[in-house]
Design a protein. Sequence first.
Length: 385
Amino acid sequence: MGQRWRVALLIQTSSDWHRQVLQGIANYAFERGGWDFFVEHRGLREPVSLPSWWQGDGVIGRLNQAELLWELTKRGLPKVNVSWLGEHSPSCPKVASDERVCGEMAAEHFLDKGFFNFAFLGPLPSLGYSDALKQSYVQTIQGRGFYCSVYVHGCPERRDLRAWLRDLPRPAALLVWDSEWGREALNQCAAASIRVPDDLAVLSVEHDSLMSVLAPIPISSIDQDPLRVGYEAAACLEDQMNGAGHPEAPRYFPPLRVSQRASSDTLATEDIVLAEALTFIRGNVTRPIQVQDVADACHVSRRVLEHRFGRTLGRSPAAEIRRGRLDIVKRLLRETDWSQREISRKAGFNYLEVMARAFRRSFGMTLGQYRSPFKMSVHGRSQGT
């Protein structure tokens, strides 16, 4: 058991992302015997502060305000910043998801679906975020020879947004900053008779379940792995509180996957055979299917099937089957406490060893390393999918 630290959490509680970061912090603290937390309900636009009366050992938060940082430093408190805002420094290390990889993943999600037209809807400039995510998204698209339209926030915003969406070439793929902007984009699409996802596929960088269910259709999003961000931020803070010093470099963690929902569940291709093959794979990926089974279901030869996959998606049918199974593996590792052997059966792998090798080759870590930050979040959860 470690020391029972007193830690202030200066993190908003109004969105799924922030609540999962808090859950990751709680998971780490539970493993260490429990910490005493100071936390208050806050919205994203509410100012973050630490009461003068609070006496504790360290702080984790969205630490991007100079005045707040000065106050925490004056009080001699170790601290960790979990926001994309704010620069990493030895006195305030940053632990966050990797926004550049988020941009690359979003671009690849759309490119894999065969899109040729792309768009980006970022945050309001007044929020002060950098262009790192936009640059990564646009550069990945441009690297494949395509153009990306970028929305410029204006006034009145809603009317301008509707006109911009209406003028995009179709079908188009749109990356939005968060689910709030995703919901607004979908509302404007409905008003402009733009079909989603057939005319416009929409993907959000940050997910919020409430904004998603309030949208005309559920919004696809990037799973930024906020549980791990919180878990690793807590570990970083404990190192400082134990006198281990400050990390010299920020710690960025790649997103897990694209959580596809109705807003981007489409394929921008006129290849009927390819569309049928992908539908068959999605519906049967947990069964021990082979490439020949897919070809037989589509009534084409294996050679024809592999040619169409390579020409449009740049990968083989076997790779597509493996991708689908590994997505299931990641979900079951996060959401259940099933054994690895049971997960391998549920995900369609014949042997645990095959699953373990494929997972390590694809993600650069073992099954156990991937599961570690999530294991406390399934504590007491029923055995189910």
